[in-house]
Write a protein that binds this ligand. Structure first.
Ligand SMILES: [Zn+2]
Length: 412
């Protein structure tokens, strides 16, 4: 991939230098495998020692890499070990959900220094929410004696379809007021040296699981987020597969019932409309109001007239028959769609995350059964279906990695 200077980025005084593709690749290897000697690096990059010496020279000069002392000798002079300069600046990970945001500040190696999580309403629109996010990130920097100019990369996950090249949301059903809003430009006004990258929330969760979770030794897997919506992140050959326009994996709008109710996308019987959090909660509410579930009727009263999918999960775990049936219905529909994805894509694993994944093991076991029953024998022989190892942190971890991987790439 050719690296062309990004005019918005390169004209900013004090910003990071644009690196060549080889330099970016070397940095990634050191980040993932470091500390490393120049010999290790030349083996990992399959390039000559002379060209590694020149690449390392310019990365040391740019302060991106640092020499951290000598490694073990293998006969001759002990080699100098290289590592990423964690002090170069800060990276932020932002995971925006429909009902909550997670923010984290990390050093340049990706080590999280501070993490916060709070409820929000995505309907409040882009400007007030982005202002709140940027204010909090500035606060995190200030607590480390740093300022906005020290932020170098910001990865942002949003719960809607993102055109990855521009970072714009296109017809996002859960957040219509964000349509076409220039998120990257807004963030760059607040953090002039940072390179913001915007991606769909489930893509960043999949990336988090790949870099820091249970997917680190896998080439191909899927990450399913079940929350207010349902989406799928696709890891193919250890990278996020986004499709031609950035919207690959939008499985929430696969039809599971042609005679079903009309989804907010305008089509009948979409998986997400029938099986995600709001569907579970609304079926729970019906069961409580019709007197079919004593547990849920009691919970409804305690909560002041509101029920969530979590309450239905609690009722199911307590042995409530109707709640169990509601959870099983969702699990069957999700598993039916996953079986199709498994037949089509043949992943080694499916990791499940998102708020609704916390409603208990009944959901996971039903999803697993429904998937295994319908998918072909060869594709399921080694298939793992598990909850995400990173859980609630998958999004911010992935956002941090996304930011780190794009800090030096133009038009990222
Ligand atoms: Zn739909």
């Amino acid at each position: 991939m050719a690296v062309t200077p990004d005019p918005l980025f390169s004209r900013v005084d004090g910003a990071l230098p644009a690196l060549s593709q080889m330099e970016v690749s070397a940095l990634e290897v050191v980040r993932k495998q470091g500390p490393l000697s120049r010999t290790d690096l030349s083996e990992a990059l399959s390039t000559s020692r002379a060209s590694v010496t020149s690449i390392v020279g310019s990365l040391l000069e740019a302060n991106v890499l640092t020499e951290i002392g000598q490694g073990k000798s293998e006969g001759g002079r002990p080699p100098m070990l290289l590592d990423v300069n964690s002090q170069l600046g800060f990276i932020a990970g932002v995971d925006i959900g429909a009902t909550s945001i997670d923010l984290a500040l990390a050093d340049f190696r990706g080590t999280i220094l501070e993490h916060s999580s709070e409820p929000i309403d995505i309907q409040m629109g882009p400007e007030p929410l982005l202002t709140q996010i940027c204010d909090e990130l500035e606060g995190m920097l200030a607590r480390r004696g740093a300022g906005p100019q020290d932020m170098l990369g910001i990865g942002i996950g949003v719960p809607g379809p993102v055109q990855f090249s521009t970072g714009l949301l296109i017809a996002p059903p859960l957040m219509p007021t964000w349509e076409g809003y220039p998120i990257k430009q807004y963030v760059r006004r607040r953090f002039p040296h940072a390179r913001p990258v915007v991606d769909n929330d489930v893509n960043i969760m999949a990336l988090g699981e790949l870099r820091a979770g249970a997917g680190s030794d896998l080439d191909n897997f899927l990450f399913i987020k079940i929350g207010t919506g349902i989406g799928c992140g696709i890891i193919s050959n250890k990278t996020v597969y986004r499709g031609s326009d950035g919207c690959a994996g939008d499985v929430g709008h696969i039809c599971v019932d042609y005679n079903g109710p009309i989804c907010h996308c305008g089509n009948p019987g979409c998986l997400e409309y029938m099986a995600a959090g709001p569907a579970i909660a609304s079926k729970g509410l019906q069961a409580a109001e019709s007197g079919q579930s004593e547990f849920l009727a009691r919970r409804l009263k305690e909560n002041g007239g509101v029920l969530t999918s979590r309450d239905v999960g609690d009722a199911a775990a307590a042995g409530d028959r109707i709640a169990n049936e509601i959870v099983r219905q969702s699990g069957k529909m999700i598993g039916g769609v996953l079986a199709g994805l498994v037949n089509f894509y043949n992943p080694r694993a499916i990791f499940i995350g998102g708020g609704v994944s916390k409603i208990g093991h009944q959901l996971l076991s039903t999803i697993r059964q429904a998937t295994l029953r319908r998918a072909t024998a060869l594709s399921t022989r080694l298939l793992r279906i598990e909850y995400s190892q990173l859980g609630d942190d998958a999004g911010v971890m992935g956002a941090i990695w996304l930011a780190m991987e794009h800090v030096f790439i133009a038009n990222g």
